[in-house]
Design a protein around this ligand. Sequence first.
Ligand code: CA
Length: 259
Amino acid sequence: MERKEIAAAIEKYLAEKGLDRMDLKAVMFDMDGVLFDSMKNHARCWHETMAHFGLDLPEWEAYMHEGRTGAGTINLVSMRQRGHEATEEEIHNIYKYKSELFNQCPKAERMPGAYELLVKVKASGVVPMVVTGSGQVTLLDRLNRNFPDIFKKELMVTAFDVKYGKPNPEPYLMGMEKFRKAPQPPKGEGDLSAGSFIVVENAPLGVQAGVAAGVFTIAVNTGPLPDEALLSQGANLLFHSMQELCDEWEVLVGELKNL
Ligand code: CA
């Protein structure tokens, strides 16, 4: 991506928000499909599970629903195909089947370029955070094992913290609130408004949440959806991989300081 494209995206955001400049303090990273290459497994398991129960959800479409609750996805497919929502029992059985299938999948790898980017973010004096809809109890261990010395527990938002979840802005609003309240990170000067943050997301509903929270939202299109699926949700910038975002990090930070 060209420097001037990045500059134009920042200028557009500043104009929309009526800000003079961005004072970047923290980057809020989504987890599945951003830090871990885990979406292929989720999409395949959703497709196979639905087929097992006589419902049709193509793998590519599972990416459109990434971030929805299990019940939300099941009801959407049920409504479309059968004209009514699934029963509580059906939801329970379908979601259980999907979870069991998913647990049999090999553990997802780190997304290429993700660790390198996190190291760069930290080195540039910006705090990396995780904001995920995932509720795995071993989440922090897994993050620390794969991304040693990067994340702090008090600066994470997970399924346990939120009521609504994405595409509601709640998780990202809570991430900003946690950053403001945390005793440790180097906050420096500034008002810590939305202009002090960046969101990195791979899913349409996640982009929607970041944008609704008023944060400069970077889409990384790591899945099979067309770029438009992410841009149409209001993404301020789009990269095609975490490696590409990693390669452009210095340019992005440079432009943030210049503008
Ligand atoms: Ca995601």
